[in-house]
Design a protein around this ligand. Sequence first.
Ligand code: NAP
Length: 192
Amino acid sequence: MFPYIIINVAMSINGKISSANGRYNISTEEDIHRTMNLRNRVDAVLIGANTVMVDNPILRNAKNRIILDAKFKLNENFHVFDGSVKTYIFSLKNKKINNTQTVVLEDISLENILNKIRDLGIETILVEGGANVINQFIHKNIFNEFYIFINPKIVLSGKSLFENIEIKDMEYSILKSDNGILLSINRIPNMR
Ligand SMILES: NC(=O)c1ccc[n+]([C@@H]2O[C@H](COP(=O)([O-])OP(=O)(O)OC[C@H]3O[C@@H](n4cnc5c(N)ncnc54)[C@H](OP(=O)(O)O)[C@@H]3O)[C@@H](O)[C@H]2O)c1
């Protein structure tokens, strides 16, 4: 059984989710506030290892943290390992960082990870990135809610959200936002 899954990401109008210095100038004050409210709704926030390395986020308000790190490239020098909340690392490798619990998996498919998360008693998750992790959910069309905040700003260098993926007929609604556009993606029925 999977947890209830919310995906949330901030993107520039030309499709970038990070700039030369990480994600921070893609979000806005209002968008950060909205993200905090989403974190309050869920049992855990899930991110990929590259997001930890590039942004070194603390994931304020997260009740639990889940880090996907297949090859276990992370070390203890990141804020997410500060021990302030329960932090799980899902990996192929049986390694350990203080203040965390490693969940060692032979099969790191999204389905297997989600089943394990539910087995841990985590019923709702917020997936916050990065592109690699979010694309796995998009490819498999596995999510319950999916929000993209589009900041009307052009970012020249950085990571694109949609790469090597052609999405047809995305169904979405446009939610109002004072300083950008908030898309709520309902379904992704067709893609290559
Ligand atoms: N704008 C936003 O809202 C936002 C939010 C978050 C992040 N970002 C940006 O996104 C960028 C990072 O994105 P990214 O695509 O490079 O990387 P990412 O998605 O953060 O992390 C990818 C890494 O996570 C691990 N991973 C992915 N799927 C896994 C699985 N199923 N099981 C185990 N491990 C798994 C892999 O580690 P291995 O290498 O070991 O396979 C992979 O290399 C950063 O620049 C950050 O600033 C933007």
